[in-house]
Design a protein. Structure first.
Length: 299
């Protein structure tokens, strides 16, 4: 089965710029840390504690929450750039670290595939919405997992910044962000990538700020605008003043604070044993049979 995902429209040049800025930040976005904490609370869904974990975009995803929950596991990070890899806390390596540097970014589609069948858990916090082709990442994660291994991820959903989109249209501006993919489409794509029994859910968070300048600073820390047609250069102080006033008029609530919505999508699924087609004579390699037997005993 294959699944076609709606295009997110995330522009590679904007993603690259975001990653470059992120590597220079003192710390990753606090919102990512809060989502990581909430996602880590879901780890008990996995019956057997993972021994080998692949943490995708660990620095930006606040990998500390994962390490706290999987203290006995060997955790390897998968960073999109060498600069971000340098920001990660060193962890004992159970495969060659250099093979993971540079994988996962939307601009590195030519990267070598990860080692196959070695991870018990692939963990990805707040990374997938930056990808032009999430389905390809689901396939890579499936290949990286051992049989019965789990994938757990979070990302922004389509209701994120829903208050800004009509405001920008009314002002005749390009979209304030690229499109975020619906959780049902992501679930279908997981099945298309070979995962079984995907579980998808979401929650909406409402954040508020004292003024437009603080709000925009927060949005920049989350990565900025990666939509096609975004402003190509710097805006004038006059334009910035117009934006601040428009935000204050459209988003102000009780007490004058400005509010925006964020939809957080969560998903998890496991990698099933391959189905062996029966025929008059069937040939299956011994390692596949061993893995299928172990899989059957665990469930």
């Amino acid at each position: 089965m294959d699944a076609a995902l709606p295009a997110s429209g995330a522009q590679p040049a904007a993603v690259t710029a975001h990653l470059r800025r992120a590597a220079r930040r003192e710390s990753p976005p606090w919102l990512h840390g809060e989502v990581a904490r909430r996602m880590a609370a879901r780890l008990p869904f996995i019956k057997a504690p993972p021994r080998r974990v692949l943490d995708v975009w660990s620095f930006l995803g606040h990998g500390e929450a994962l390490r706290a929950q999987c203290a006995g596991a060997r955790i390897e990070t998968w960073e999109p750039t060498t600069a971000l890899a340098a920001r990660c806390v060193p962890a004992p390596s159970w495969w060659q670290p250099s093979r993971w540097i540079g994988l996962g970014a939307a601009t590195r589609s030519d990267a070598a595939p990860p080692p196959a069948g070695q991870a018990d858990l692939v963990w990805s916090n707040m990374m997938l919405h930056w990808q032009a082709d999430p389905l390809e990442h689901f396939r890579r994660w499936n290949m990286a997992l051992a049989m019965d291994g789990f994938v757990m991820f979070s990302c922004f959903g389509p209701d994120t910044l829903k208050e800004l989109r009509p405001l920008y249209r009314r002002l005749g501006w390009a979209a304030p962000a690229h499109d975020f993919i619906d959780m049902h489409d992501l679930g279908d794509a997981m099945v298309g990538a070979g995962f079984a029994e995907p579980v998808m859910d979401m929650e909406r968070l409402t954040l508020n700020w004292a003024d437009a300048a603080t709000l925009l600073s927060e949005l920049r820390s989350l990565g900025g605008n990666a939509a096609a047609g975004r402003f190509a250069g710097l805006r004038t102080p006059r334009w910035q003043g117009r934006l601040h006033q428009a935000l204050a008029d459209a988003l102000a609530g009780p007490g004058g604070r400005l509010s925006l919505s964020f939809e957080i999508v969560y998903g998890h699924a496991f990698k099933p044993a391959p189905r062996v087609a029966l025929a008059a004579e069937s040939r299956v390699d011994a390692e596949t049979l061993r893995q299928m037997a172990r899989s059957g005993h665990r469930r």
